[in-house]
Write a protein that binds this ligand. Structure first.
Ligand SMILES: C[S@@+](CC[C@H](N)C(=O)[O-])C[C@H]1O[C@@H](n2cnc3c(N)ncnc32)[C@H](O)[C@@H]1O
Length: 228
């Protein structure tokens, strides 16, 4: 073993852990294979102040199409539609939350801007996500507040979609370059490099992380922030 290879050390560490825990089976190799567990996160709203910071950090404008990946009760979508007048699309596993979102969007008078689809993100194809779900326009902003484990499991599909499409990503609490699935990667999982380059601006202090669109470098994104 090369003692200087951090991935080797991480793997060996997890091997020791598995031994200590009674040799649990190694995680499935295919990150897109959701197995029996299709839930990437339980339902909870993003705290409203963090939500506002996240939408601002993503530099949302009226011409954007904001996708909320796991949209819960639609609070992010409704907030974005009210504040910025942009089109919003929610993708949500739980049909009752889809219904709640639609009713609330209607009650708040933004149902012309907000569309929500019942959908399992672990099943949707990356290309479909990038090009737009069904008849809906493609995302220019993808918002994701999932657990670290959920984000980690969804990371490779999101990456594929990000490479095909043209959108920036804003995540809350966990960042794409450091999220870890402790179930899959081991309880002392160390950093797993999936190639994401994440902007850590002033919003990072509030647990908000942005990945610029693939056509914009981190440096350019940061320069634009300073200019604002
Ligand atoms: C932490 S909540 C975030 C809700 C909302 N985005 C917000 O920030 O207020 C995560 C949401 O993802 C949904 N979710 C979990 N797994 C999913 C999947 N495989 N496909 C679609 N939605 C999923 C959950 O039902 C839940 O509503």
């Amino acid at each position: 073993m090369d003692v200087h290879d951090p991935q080797d050390i991480a793997r060996a560490q997890n091997e020791l852990l598995r031994e200590a825990l009674g040799r649990r089976p190694p995680p499935p190799a295919d990150e897109n294979d959701a197995g029996e567990n299709h839930s990437l996160a339980p339902y909870a709203r993003t705290e409203p102040r963090r939500r506002a910071i996240a939408l601002e950090a993503a530099r949302v404008t009226s011409s954007d199409v904001v996708y909320d990946l796991g949209s819960g009760d639609g609070a992010v979508l409704i907030d974005a539609a009210e504040r910025y007048g942009c089109a919003c699309v929610g993708l949500e596993l739980d049909a009752s939350l889809v219904k709640t979102s639609e009713e609330e969007a209607k009650r708040r008078g933004v149902d012309d801007l907000v569309a929500v689809r019942q959908c399992d993100l672990t099943r949707v194809r990356a290309e479909t996500l990038a090009r737009g779900i069904e008849d809906l326009p493609p995302p220019t902003v993808a918002y994701a507040w999932l657990t670290g484990g959920g984000l980690s499991r969804f990371s490779s599909k999101l990456r594929e979609a990000w490479e095909v499409g043209d959108f920036r990503i804003v995540t809350c609490v966990d960042s794409l370059d450091a999220c870890v699935d402790f179930e899959r990667d081991g309880a002392f999982a160390e950093h797993i490099d999936r190639g994401w380059e994440v902007h850590r601006g002033k919003e990072a202090a509030f647990g908000v992380f942005v990945v610029p669109p693939k056509s914009v470098s981190l440096e350019k994104w940061a320069r634009e922030e300073r200019a604002c």
